[in-house]
Design a protein around this ligand. Structure first.
Ligand SMILES: Cc1cc2nc3c(=O)[nH]c(=O)nc-3n(C[C@H](O)[C@H](O)[C@H](O)COP(=O)(O)O)c2cc1C
Ligand code: SF4
Length: 441
């Protein structure tokens, strides 16, 4: 693999990095110029050929998603950009939006050209005040400079980008929940099909993509397919469903680690390299107990699984749901896995939108079982019950509307399987770590 050069974070931290003037000085909006000289189909093919997979969690191939739009559609097509960023431990979108918003706006403009859309909505996590201010200022600069508006870059095409502040819930990040919320309703995910590409925002064909995905589009147009494919990992020949993991990735590193932060690295870096070489290891010489590989909905790696690559295929090899948002959270050996799992369950129970019985009841039930354990009243039967409930509430085999329930189930499945002796020891000791009365969550 050629020497890796960060691109997504290249401008972060430089003076006035959020301003159009400095962005243009660094070659900004040249990729858009290039794209506008190509046909929408050609741009889509470039993104398809690059192997770019969505950075929002599911890793769906971006160019392929764009081809699901109806052909020869005459009405409006929308691009909805997902900046809800609520997966615990994830903050890479925020850094891009605060420090280099034009990089994202350029990717959005290129993507709108590719999907023949005149209008993009950027759905922003409500709590991100600085992102809101910097993005809106950057959008205003684009209108003033003729990059956006009725004659975008002199192309004769219309392009508008609207910034929309979110409704403040994790479920607003699920793509159809986001669409409902953009329409001014409660963010209740929709039953699919129809998928958004056919019937999305305002019932019109809509593509939903993540912020980091948009930043990648800018660099693919700038530097080309070969450059993008020279970074990362090709498809695993042993896994016919793996589409490869190409390009740079922003890994968020937090928890018990000496140097937490956002690291741009080639897809496929191992958890060990990320934590020990880039993150400086574990404070106070303690040991790793568990590592969240990509947001808590992906489950846990145990201490002897740190050599798996953090690409789209790697975490699945050791029983995790996937790479997710690549938010890596380190838990050291001073922390009880019972407490860690309780926090995960409490989060999902709170964030379940309540439409589907298995998700609404299952997440609350798992939280109650862990509360019981943490108040010293758990039994080993509770472990089997947790395993049973977590195995029954997911979208597979089609019991719920969205993926939140799977995300809620995975940490439980992994924890019981990988850390069962610690749970048994905890129960046998009659230990109490609950700081809240049972039932008070
Ligand atoms: C409960 C839930 C929450 C989600 N939250 C986010 C989010 O905050 N940001 C995001 O980009 N994708 C999130 N997703 C994934 C989106 O549904 C969708 O797959 C993604 O925005 C598509 O963009 P991409 O193809 O560029 O990755 C979430 C999914 C689920 C099930
Ligand atoms: S799975 Fe959970 S979060 Fe998703 S729609 Fe059903 S109840 Fe709501």
């Amino acid at each position: 693999m050629p020497k890796f050069e960060p691109v997504l974070l290249a401008r972060v931290g430089k003076p006035d990095s959020q301003k159009l003037e400095t962005y243009r000085r660094d070659g900004g909006y040249e990729a858009l110029k290039k794209a506008l000289a190509m046909s929408p189909e050609e741009v889509t093919n470039v993104v398809k050929d690059s192997g770019l997979r969505g950075r929002g969690g599911a890793g769906f191939p971006t160019g392929l998603k764009w081809t699901f739009l109806p052909k020869n559609h005459t009405g409006p097509i929308y691009l909805a950009i997902n900046a809800d960023e609520s997966e615990p431990g994830t903050f890479n979108n925020r850094i891009l939006m605060e420090d280099d918003p034009h990089q994202i706006l350029e990717g959005i403009a290129i993507s709108c050209h590719a999907i023949k859309s005149e209008r993009a909505y950027l759905y922003l996590r409500f709590e991100y005040g600085k992102s809101y201010r910097n993005l809106q200022a950057a959008i205003d600069e684009c209108y003033a400079a003729g990059i956006l508006g009725n004659n975008s870059m002199g192309s004769g095409k219309k392009l508008d980008i609207f910034l929309h502040r979110g409704a403040g819930a994790y479920i607003c990040g699920e793509e159809t929940g986001l669409i409902e919320s953009l329409e001014g309703k409660r963010a209740w995910p929709r039953i699919k099909p129809p998928f958004p590409a056919i019937e999305g925002l305002f019932r019109k064909p809509t593509i939903v993509n993540n912020i980091e995905t948009m930043a990648c589009v800018t660099h693919i147009l700038n530097r080309g397919v070969e450059w993008f494919k020279s970074i990362g990992v090709p498809p695993d020949p042993k896994n016919p469903r793996d589409a490869g993991s190409y390009g740079p990735k922003l890994y968020c590193l937090s928890g018990h680690v000496n140097k937490p932060g956002c690291y741009e690295l080639p897809l496929g870096v191992t958890a060990r390299e990320l934590i020990f070489e880039h993150g400086g290891g574990i404070p106070h010489g303690r040991k790793v107990k568990a590592v969240v590989p990509g947001g808590i909905s992906m489950g846990f790696l145990s201490a002897d699984e740190l050599d798996i690559p953090l690409d789209f295929n790697g975490p699945g090899k050791v029983g995790c749901l996937g790479l997710g948002t690549a938010a890596v959270v380190v838990v050291d050996d001073s922390i009880s896995i019972v407490d860690v799992l309780y926090n995960c369950c409490r989060f999902f129970s709170h964030e379940s939108c309540g439409q589907c019985t298995p998700c609404r009841e299952g997440t609350a039930w798992m939280t109650k079982i862990l509360e019981r354990m943490r108040s010293g009243h758990g039994t080993t039967r509770d472990l089997d019950l947790l395993a049973e409930v977590s195995g029954s509430i997911g979208i597979i085999p089609g019991t719920t509307i969205c993926g939140l329930s799977d995300g809620a189930a995975w940490p439980v499945k992994n924890a019981i399987k990988k850390f069962r002796p610690e749970f048994e020891e905890y129960i046998a000791s009659g230990k109490k770590t609950a700081r809240v009365p049972v039932g008070a969550h």
